[in-house]
Design a protein around this ligand. Structure first.
Ligand code: OQN
Length: 375
């Protein structure tokens, strides 16, 4: 399922290939988030134009609406959304924690109030696996508990025990129900927890590796902790994960953070930021982010960035600023397309640098230019 093609000689960065039911994915990879079965404001053809190899869907959102029956009737999420490349779905626990009201965690699962109609619902490891199987994603995340930040050590320790017991229940469900044919093999990734404590991160990683999954995510990060805590959580988890399996840092991060993580041996990234900040007028450039509403761009004839995709580079900053201030929907689409392209190019350039054994130099020069205050 995963093979390492090249390793940078002077850091932990590696280049790899993931063989999935709906195609091959090169790593390191950035994965656009398509919460409701669409990457906001963009058409699947545009995602292909961008070179998106895999997109993310949300079990929690799709379970509540339109519901697994509808999606099953259309042959799964790929057919429903007409996206024929790989998809990864989260298990729903994190979304219950961050979206639903009146959440109650028990050994059985998570009881909560549906944020759409207030009805009381229950999500369990087995149900999460069942929904993700109905969605037909290429990679399903195991049902975990993402502890809040900050939290007491005792809470983190108890919580990681629950995540491991839930991982075992997911594994039992998979062994009992996973069809080995039909919609193609669905892979499953365990999620390492343990909050900010190194020994808990090691404990969680060892317990999940013991259960043996197709890949491993580093969870409990990008939940409001300082950047150095995020880096340490990755550093304390990666050494206990197998070399020959993909590693996914959940919810991360800014361009510099992604490059720092790649240097520490992480292969997969997701972040709502590129499309979310696009809707607030922020565009990523090699010289750092810009806010298109800024008066400075009123007559700026340049494209958003020298490395913009032709699909967007044909428009001046002045024109996009005008559209944005006029509330034109095209502005959101152009900024979303541009930002996703920026992140996808960053991953592609990282892959090249790793193959050339020059990742540290690539990382340093990108971060230097990106963070220097623009002239
Ligand atoms: C923004 N920061 C962020 N930190 C996260 C931590 C966890 C975590 O510890 N456990 C799980 N299961 N998911 C997490 C997510 C959601 C990532 C996602 C979103 C959309 C689609 C697919 C995947 C996180 N996102």
């Amino acid at each position: 399922m995963f093979q390492v093609l090249a390793r940078d000689p002077s850091c932990q960065a590696r280049r790899g290939l993931m063989e999935l039911a709906h195609g091959t994915v090169e790593t390191p990879i950035f994965m656009p988030v398509g919460t409701q079965g669409t990457v906001k404001t963009l058409h699947p053809d545009e995602l292909e134009l961008l070179g998106a190899q895999i997109i993310l869907g949300n079990t929690y959102h799709l379970w509540l609406r339109p519901g697994p029956e509808t999606i099953k009737e259309f042959g799964g999420l790929h057919k429903f959304a007409t996206w024929d490349r790989p998809m990864l779905t989260d298990s729903g626990g994190f979304q219950v924690w961050s979206l639903a009201k009146l959440r109650k965690i028990t050994e059985e699962g998570v009881r909560f109030q549906n944020h759409l109609d207030g009805s009381r619902m229950m999500l369990t490891p087995e149900l999460s696996m069942e929904i993700q199987a109905a969605l037909g994603s290429d990679i399903a995340m195991l049902f975990d508990e993402c502890p809040p930040y900050p939290c007491e050590r005792k809470y983190a320790e108890t919580s990681l025990g629950l995540t491991t017991r839930w991982a075992k229940r997911c594994k039992d469900w998979i062994e009992k129900n996973q069809p080995t044919s039909g919609t193609g093999i669905q892979r499953h990734f365990g999620i390492v927890q343990g909050s900010i404590w190194a020994d808990l991160r090691e404990k969680s990683a060892r317990e999940l590796v013991e259960l043996d999954f197709d890949g491993y995510a580093i969870g409990g990060v990008s939940v409001g902790e300082p950047e150095e805590e995020m880096m340490r959580a990755v550093e304390h988890s990666v050494p206990f994960l197998p070399e020959n399996k993909p590693r996914y840092a959940m919810g991360l991060g800014t361009p510099p953070q992604i490059l720092e993580m790649i240097g520490r041996g992480v292969d997969m990234f997701d972040c709502v930021m590129p499309t979310r900040v696009a809707r607030h007028g922020q565009a990523f450039t090699l010289d750092g982010p810009i806010h298109i509403k800024n008066l400075a761009f009123e007559r700026d004839p340049r494209p958003l960035c020298e490395s913009s995709h032709p699909h967007v580079a044909r428009f001046s900053r002045a024109y996009i600023r005008h559209l944005f201030r006029a509330g034109e929907i095209l502005a959101l689409r152009l900024l979303s397309f541009h930002n996703l392209h920026f992140f996808l190019r960053l991953a592609a350039n990282a892959r090249e640098a790793i193959s050339e054994g020059k990742f540290p130099e690539f990382k340093e020069s990108f971060i230097r230019r990106y963070t220097q205050s623009k002239s």
